[in-house]
Design a protein around this ligand. Structure first.
Ligand code: NAG
Ligand code: NAG
Ligand code: NAG
Ligand code: NAG
Length: 186
């Protein structure tokens, strides 16, 4: 699916068709009716502590860095990034746990016909709130659950786990090459 808009929701997930204030995540695969990217979908309260922000890039150092990171991981694609969206939850508190600080990023990268999701995890405070990290698509044709992200007590390990040998980083190719999911428009 191709989207021309995206919503960076304060509870740690991204949606496409409409914003979401849902603070209790559902578990993936949900076989639901929407595409969701969950950096760390949980009950966050950035009105108590922390900042949620996003930036889009179509030139400059961030594109260079994204190009390098993707080519390191996928050396045969000759990938060149042309569009990057970085959404950051910086030192955000969990709801009702005002002294907690949790930091992570979701980075969407596209160029040519290639699209990638990159998640970066910093310090992730322990919480009793349910959490979900990964992605899910309409009808769950494609989905991924980052291990340990369902039950809150394990999620501090997100800082150390990886599928690309970089602690705290998870990278997914999501264009048609390995099964259709999303194509970001530039
Ligand atoms: C994208 O894919 C289409 C169809 O396979 C192809 O014609 C086109 O050249 C590709 N574009 C790039 C930039 O690789
Ligand atoms: C999802 O499943 C429903 C029910 O089987 C079907 O009608 C719909 O076309 C599916 N949607 C997509 C995008 O595959
Ligand atoms: C989550 O924790 C509960 C209680 O310990 C356990 O029953 C359940 O199986 C766990 N779920 C997952 C997906 O690990
Ligand atoms: C992550 O790794 C660091 C360095 O190896 C270690 O000190 C820390 O305890 C680990 N944290 C978790 C949550 O496993």
């Amino acid at each position: 699916r191709t989207y021309q808009q995206i919503y960076v929701n304060n509870n740690g997930h991204l949606t496409f068709n409409q914003p979401s204030s849902q603070f209790v995540p559902y578990s993936f695969p949900a076989r639901g009716s929407q595409d969701v990217i969950a950096g760390l979908w949980t009950n966050l309260d950035n009105s108590a502590r922390g900042v949620v922000s996003y930036h889009q890039y179509t030139s400059g150092n961030v594109l260079t860095r994204a190009t390098q990171d993707i080519n390191t991981q996928f050396p045969n694609l000759n990938f060149i990034a042309s569009w990057v969206l970085v959404a950051t939850w910086n030192k955000v508190a969990y709801f009702n746990l005002i002294n907690t600080e949790t930091s992570f990023q979701v980075v969407l990268i596209s160029g040519g016909n290639f699209s990638f999701i990159l998640m970066n995890y910093g310090d992730i405070a322990v919480t009793g709130h349910p959490v979900q990290a990964g992605y899910d698509t309409i009808n769950s044709t494609h989905y991924f659950v980052i291990p340990g992200s369902i039950n809150g007590s394990f999620i501090s390990n997100l800082r150390n786990s990886s599928n690309v040998d970089v602690p705290g980083r998870w990278v997914f190719r999501v264009d048609g090459g390995l099964g259709n999911m999303f194509v970001w428009l530039v």
